[in-house]
Every structure is written in structure tokens, then in C-alpha cells.
Design a protein around this ligand. Structure first.
Ligand SMILES: Cc1cc2nc3c(=O)[nH]c(=O)nc-3n(C[C@H](O)[C@H](O)[C@H](O)COP(=O)(O)OP(=O)(O)OC[C@H]3O[C@@H](n4cnc5c(N)ncnc54)[C@H](O)[C@@H]3O)c2cc1C
Length: 488
């Protein structure tokens, strides 16, 4: 196994490694998986070097924004998977679920005090960057944050990119050098680490491991937690096992149609892996490895330069290239934005032309106006919009094409573009399993002009922002089945 590339490792504080410490602590907060994970791999490397046991803390707070039965259950299912897998590995795994607000306070510090150092996941969005920064200031030992977000290390870029085209051009120059740097499939297997038998008794008493009922996400156990119980558990299972099954299904049954039909909501040919990617249950490196094996692909198949073109750079089949353009170009474009802009979630982060045109049309009369609550319960005049929103509420997902339409109509039917941004953020992040991700913001902001260009003719409300309508969508794709299935 190669070493974790130094470009992926960030020292977050100036504290030393305590060479007399009892163990290395891996604080798993975003890459919630036991393989294909540079952060876990770095923790294993450090434990081997220091000849110390590895302790893995996977903690789940109950007070993160939009905490609900849906999000908790998905994460807990992943924790149960991790517990099963780690039972046969040389590491002590501590899954901690906060029973009430603030109960977990002090746990990280208590575990860090006897540690040599702490390694954690470097995720660029939501509350995680703030949490890492706060921890860095408090811990008595070195806190390393390791980037296992994408094929491209976040720090391989020097700035954020204004369009997918510009980012793709950059990727086509830069990525080649990183494609051979894969994280280990299972870094703990055969790691030969000494074992820590149990947590110090006082810590285990104060912050006990999650019960089997909680890890099974049983309704009675979820009901006791201070969560939004109005957002029900979604009909999709979290965890690496479920994610790998979904990946196999996608590669076997859907990929062949991806290039041709991925925009058609009723065809269901997309991977539906975004929630698994968001919670770190599945790594983009593992997906890439499985895909390139099927394609019989090697790095020598890369074209010397595709000049930012969507097809022809990877040297894979057309469907595989179309999929990689979403999985790598579009997905990592969003991560790039969050890594370089602390204002990624604010209206002010829109390109000048988009902000200006939206502001010029801010006082245009709206044909319909809805409140957040009306949007939330699918109470608009538009059956297709209502169906898409109902799917989001029921299942925690929405097809990409409908998501674009959904956002455009929220812009059209709210009093101001800033209010539209608030509605989109609230509904997306509350109900979508893949919400609260860098790509939540790139998707939402795309509806307002980010990564796009000015379009004519200039229209009321939208100005030069690209327009979409339910009528055109219905002309493009068959939607009868979808509408029947999701009519409120
Ligand atoms: C208003 C709006 C909100 C969105 N909110 C989110 C969100 O909260 N979380 C999220 O992950 N994506 C979001 N997207 C992007 C996109 O809709 C989803 O990533 C995609 O629908 C996920 O389905 P899939 O896994 O079947 O995608 P596939 O088509 O199978 O693509 C594979 C992977 O590529 C990435 N991807 C695909 N399309 C995009 C895209 N347009 N932009 C960025 N990455 C992409 C995802 O990680 C996805 O899992 C949003 C888009 C819009 C327009």
C-alpha cells in the first residue's frame, strides 16, 4: 500500500505528537467507511510508525442542522456496518450517539488527552470545517485533517473555477498525476497493530457505545432522541454494504443507458449513489476502480489533452465517460468551490452578472407566490413541481433534471431571489439524504446562475438566468407514470 500523499494531509494545529501517548485516535466525521479512505489509512500509518493501537471514534451529534430520523437512520446503518467490519480488524471502534443535546461535549478531548495524535476527515462544507477548527484549538496533541473527498486532492487546485468547462480543462491537465494514488482497499487488514482492549472505564461510563437498537435504527430508539421526527426514515439503507450493492446494480443494469437516458426521470438509469457518497459510505476511488476494471482501462488510455471536452479524455466507453463527467467533473467542482470560498452558501458568492440580473428583476411581478410551508407540502398550482417535491419528502431524493426545474420554479414563485435561495436550501437540506453537501450548494446556486452563462432573451424575474418550465419538461420526457406515482 502506498503512503497517503502529503498533499492530502493538513496540520490543523501546532501541537506536538505525544510519543508517550497510549494510542492513535481516528475521529471519523465524514468518510464513514473502513476502506478506500485516506484518513483512516493515515491513522493506521501513524499507529504503525508509533507502534500504538488505533482507536476509532465515530460520533453522531443530535444537534446538527436538520437532524432528523431520516438522516440519523442512514448514518446509524452505516455505523452498524462499520462495527461489523471492524470487529475482525486490529482497532477498537467506539460508535457514540449523543442521547441529548450537549451530552457528547468533552468526549473528543477526553479521548485525545491520552492519545499520541488525532487524525480526522477534511470535509469542506456544512458545520464540519468549523468543528475541526474549534477542535484544533482545544486538543493537547496534533490534529491532522486528511482529504479523501475526491480523485483530485482539494489542494491540487489553487483557486475555485467559474464553470465545469474551466474545471474540466484543469482536471484534464492535473488529474493524471493523481490517478495512481489510490487509498488502500482495507488498510487495517494485516496492519499488525497492538490492540486496545477497551476504553478507559470513566470515559466508557460517561459516553457509552451506542446500543444495538440504536445501531439498528429501531423506531423506538430514534423516538427517544431529540430529532425532527417529522422527516421519516427514507426507503433506502445507509452503509457501505448497501452502497456497494447499489454500485453493482448500477454497473450491471443501468450504466449502458446512462449517456442516452440519464436526463429522463422515468428511466431510472442514474446511479443513485449521491447519499452514499455524501455520508462517506462509498468512496469515489472505489467507484472509479470498479468502473475502470470493467472498462479494462489503464492510465495509458487517457488522451494527451481533450481541451476541456466532455468526451474523449478518459478513453472509456461513452456511457462511462458520461458518468465520470458527473461523478468527477461536476461533483469535484462543488468540492473545489467549498474548499476555496467560505461564502459558498451566500447569495453574494454568485458571479457578478447573475447577481446583477437577478437584482434588476427583483421587483418584477411574480405570477404565483408561495410560502415555504406551501412549497413544503406540495401545494403549488403545478402538478409536476408538486410531484417532485412529494418524492423528495417521501423518499429523500429527486432526479437531477427535476431538481433543476424544481429550483428554477422556486426562484420564479418567491418574492426575491434571496428568499428563493433560503427556500431551496431549507427544503433540499431538510429532506434530501444527499443534502448539506458541497453539491447541494452547487446545484442550488446553479439554478441562480453559478457555473452557467447569461441566456437570452432576457425575461421577467429571471433576467439573463437560464429559464426552465414544466411544460417544456413534459414535452421532452414521458412523465405520466411519475405523476401518477407522486401525486399528493
Ligand atoms: C437544485 C439542485 C439541488 C441539488 N442538491 C444536491 C445535493 O444536495 N447533493 C448532491 O450530491 N447533489 C445535488 N444536486 C446535484 C444532482 O442533482 C445530484 O448529485 C444527482 O441527482 C444525484 O443522483 P445520482 O447519484 O443518481 O447521480 P448520477 O447521475 O448517477 O451521478 C453520479 C454522481 O455524480 C455526482 N453528480 C451528478 N450530477 C451532479 C451535479 N449536477 N452536480 C454535482 N454533482 C453531481 C453525484 O455525486 C452523483 O451521485 C443538486 C442539483 C440541483 C439542480
Amino acid at each position: 500500500m502506498q503512503e497517503v500523499p502529503s498533499i492530502r494531509i493538513r496540520k490543523t494545529n501546532d501541537q506536538p505528537v505525544n510519543e508517550k501517548g497510549e494510542y492513535v485516535l481516528y475521529w471519523m466525521i465524514a468518510f464513514r467507511r473502513t476502506g478506500w479512505n485516506f484518513a483512516l489509512q493515515r491513522a493506521v500509518e501513524q499507529a504503525r510508525e508509533l507502534n500504538r493501537p488505533l482507536l476509532i471514534l465515530e460520533a453522531l451529534r443530535c444537534d446538527y442542522p436538520w437532524a432528523s430520523d431520516r438522516l440519523h437512520a442512514f448514518i446509524l446503518q452505516g455505523m452498524a456496518d462499520n462495527a461489523r467490519r471492524l470487529a475482525s480488524r486490529p482497532a477498537l471502534y467506539h460508535p457514540y450517539v449523543e442521547p441529548e443535546k450537549g451530552a457528547g461535549k468533552g468526549l473528543l478531548l477526553a479521548l485525545a488527552e491520552p492519545a499520541c495524535l488525532v487524525v480526522t476527515d477534511d470535509f469542506p462544507a456544512f458545520f464540519l470545517p468549523h468543528m475541526i477548527k474549534a477542535a484544533a484549538g482545544k486538543l493537547p496533541v496534533l490534529l491532522e485533517a486528511v482529504d479523501s473527498n475526491g480523485l483530485l486532492p482539494l489542494r491540487a487546485a489553487e483557486r475555485d473555477y467559474p464553470s465545469a468547462y474551466a474545471f474540466r480543462r484543469f482536471l484534464q491537465k492535473e488529474l493524471r498525476g493523481h490517478l495512481n494514488e489510490l487509498p488502500g482497499k482495507d488498510p487495517l487488514q494485516g496492519a499488525g497493530l497492538p490492540m486496545l482492549k477497551q476504553l478507559p472505564a470513566a470515559i466508557a461510563r460517561c459516553w457509552p457505545a451506542a446500543s444495538p437498537d440504536l445501531l439498528a435504527a429501531k423506531p423506538e430508539a430514534l423516538a427517544k432522541l431529540p430529532l425532527d421526527h417529522g422527516v421519516a426514515v427514507a426507503p433506502v439503507t445507509g452503509g457501505t454494504l448497501a452502497a456497494r450493492r447499489q454500485l453493482t446494480r448500477f454497473l450491471d443494469e443501468r450504466l449502458a443507458d446512462y449517456a442516452e437516458h440519464r436526463n429522463e426521470p422515468e428511466r431510472e438509469v442514474t446511479s443513485e449513489l449521491s447519499a452514499h457518497l455524501h455520508f462517506g459510505h462509498l468512496s469515489v476511488h472505489e467507484i472509479f476502480d470498479r468502473l475502470s476494471e470493467r472498462e479494462n482501462w489503464s492510465i495509458g488510455d487517457l488522451s494527451p489533452d481533450a481541451k476541456g471536452k466532455r468526451e474523449g479524455w478518459w478513453g472509456m466507453s461513452r456511457p462511462a465517460e458520461a458518468f465520470l463527467d458527473q461523478l468527477v467533473t461536476w461533483r469535484e467542482l462543488g468540492y473545489n468551490c467549498c474548499a476555496f470560498r467560505t461564502d459558498y452558501q451566500h447569495f453574494a458568492s454568485l458571479p457578478d452578472w447573475a447577481r446583477q440580473t437577478l437584482e434588476e428583476h427583483e421587483s418584477d411581478p411574480r405570477p404565483y407566490l408561495y410560502t415555504l410551508e406551501e412549497f413544503e407540502r406540495s401545494a403549488t398550482h403545478d402538478p409536476l413541481w408538486n410531484a417532485a417535491q412529494l418524492q423528495l419528502v417521501r423518499e429523500g431524493k429527486m432526479h437531477n433534471y427535476l431538481r433543476m426545474l424544481w429550483g428554477k420554479k422556486i426562484l420564479e414563485w418567491t418574492r426575491t431571489p434571496r428568499a428563493a435561495l433560503e427556500v431551496m436550501t431549507e427544503l433540499n437540506n431538510k429532506y434530501a439524504l444527499d443534502g448539506r453537501d458541497p453539491n447541494s450548494y452547487s446545484g442550488i446556486f446553479w439554478c441562480l446562475g453559478r457555473y452557467d452563462r447569461p441566456w437570452g432573451p432576457e425575461r421577467p424575474i429571471f433576467g439573463k438566468i437560464r429559464y426552465m418550465s414544466s411544460e417544456n419538461t413534459a414535452r421532452k420526457f414521458p412523465l405520466g407514470r411519475y405523476l401518477r406515482r407522486y401525486t399528493p
